[in-house]
Design a protein. Sequence first.
Length: 301
Amino acid sequence: MKLSLKSLTAVTLIALSTITAQAITSQDIQKLYTATFDRVPDRAGVDYWLNSGLAIEEVAQSFFDQKEMQTKYPDGLPQEEFVKSVYQNLFNREPDSDGLNYWIKELNSENITLGNFILAVINGAKGDDITILNKKSQVSENFLNGEITEEEAKVALKAIGDESKDREALEVFIENSDILITPVDKARVRDKFNSGGLDLAKKEEAKIRDEKRIKEDLPKLEEELDATNYLTDEDKKSITKVLREKDINYAIQMLNELEEQRKSEVVVDVPPSEPSTSTTTSTLNTGGDTGGSGNGGGGGF
């Protein structure tokens, strides 16, 4: 996108007047993070600036007080490098020579602040530039909503601008996948591609594969669990979790091992044995001493 100096001046004034007229939004903050830091914002940072009570121009200028900003753009950095960096962060390209010279002149003469320069470039985006910027904003939105990780967001931002080759690769990937059968499944993968690139699309395919595996294997595992005699409810929950994280074979192996363990822990109650009864036979002498008879036993007085 090439603009004359007059057009650039007009765009700057229109863009800044538009900014001033609008209330600050999360999307405004996200674009500032993209332009200055070339990364997605964290939720705490967005909330801080939204609740700061500052106008968007003040927020943009306040970024230059941040340590991260000072490290990325140290004192003495030529204005040319700063302008090129902002364009690259926002649009994956450098400004054309007319635009570059215009902004360098405006910044050096202090006709515009660094913060307002960034806002003017953001709000003056058109054509391919605004398409790329909107895609980067969508990545930030996905990250803030917890749909992707910070690492996935980095990958997604780098992938923006290379979609043509990646889209061809995506369609080949979908066609060769043995799990993406239904239009709904294919749409899920394409949506992830649109929001984060090829790597996220492949992760979504792996997620769909897991979902279908679990749906198929869960009834088998539940049948095995119902047939057990010794497993606790907590045991069964743990085994089901293993199925979701690994596979049916691993889960059944764990089931069998736990079943044996729980079985060995069972104490069988044996009733106490009754005391044995012994019969003592006594020999009773009913007569007198041997060899005696009668009343005295053979002796007299």
